[in-house]
Ligand binder design. Structure first.
Ligand SMILES: [Cu+2]
Length: 180
C-alpha cells in the first residue's frame, strides 16, 4: 500500500534556513535564556541545561568556547560533545598555574554530582570547539549534542541536542522570575 503514496519531497536548504531564522527570531522575541533551557530539558531527561551560549568568532578563527550550566538529577558524567559546526569538540578545564598563567587541559569527562549545578564558564570548565567551519556571528545559533552517562547502578547513556545562541559575551544571570 505504501506504493500508492507519492515520495516525500526533501526540504530545500533554503526552506530550512528560513525555518531556522524563524525559530531564531521567535527565540529572540522571548528574550529569556531560561526558555532555551526549558526546551532542552522538555524531553524526559534528567539533565537540565541552562543558559547555553557560544562565543562569537572573527573571520578565520577556528576555536571557540561553549558555556552553560548543567544540573543532573542523578550522578552523571558529561562524556562527549559534538557540533556540526566544528570538526571536533573537547571538554576543557582552565586553571591558573603557579606563575599566574591560565592553562587549559582536555578532560576525559565532566562529573555531574546529583542535584549540583556545574557551571561551564569563561576561565573555568568549558566546551572547546575546534576546527570551526565558519564564522559564528552574534545572534546565530548552532546545534550542539551532549552525551552523558549515568553513574548509578545501571549505566545509561543519553544524548541531548540543543540550540546554542552565539553571543559576544556572557549573558547576564537570569533574573528571578516573579509569580506563578
Ligand atoms: Cu579550552
Amino acid at each position: 500500500m505504501i506504493t500508492l503514496l507519492p515520495p516525500l519531497k526533501p526540504l530545500k536548504p533554503r526552506i530550512i534556513t528560513m525555518m531556522a531564522l524563524a525559530s531564531m527570531l521567535a527565540f529572540l522575541s522571548v528574550g529569556a535564556y531560561a526558555d532555551a533551557s526549558t526546551s532542552a530539558s522538555a524531553s524526559d531527561t534528567t539533565i537540565q541545561i541552562k543558559q547555553p551560549w557560544v562565543r562569537s568568532t572573527v573571520p578565520g578563527q577556528k576555536v571557540t568556547g561553549v558555556f552553560m550550566q548543567l544540573t543532573a538529577e542523578k550522578n552523571s558524567k558529561l562524556v562527549s560533545v559534538s557540533s556540526p559546526e566544528a570538526g571536533r569538540a573537547e571538554i576543557h578545564q582552565m586553571t591558573m598555574d603557579d606563575h599566574h598563567v591560565m592553562k587549559m587541559r582536555a578532560m576525559k569527562g565532566l562529573d555531574l554530582p546529583a542535584g549540583e549545578t556545574v557551571e561551564l564558564k569563561p576561565g573555568s570548565y568549558h566546551i572547546m570547539l575546534l576546527d570551526v567551519k565558519k564564522q559564528l556571528k552574534k545572534d546565530e545559533e548552532i546545534d550542539l549534542t551532549l552525551k552523558f552517562i549515568g553513574k548509578e547502578k545501571h549505566k545509561t547513556t543519553q544524548s541531548i541536542t540543543i540550540k546554542v545562541p552565539v553571543l559576544d559575551a556572557a549573558p547576564k544571570p537570569a533574573s528571578v522570575r516573579s509569580g506563578s
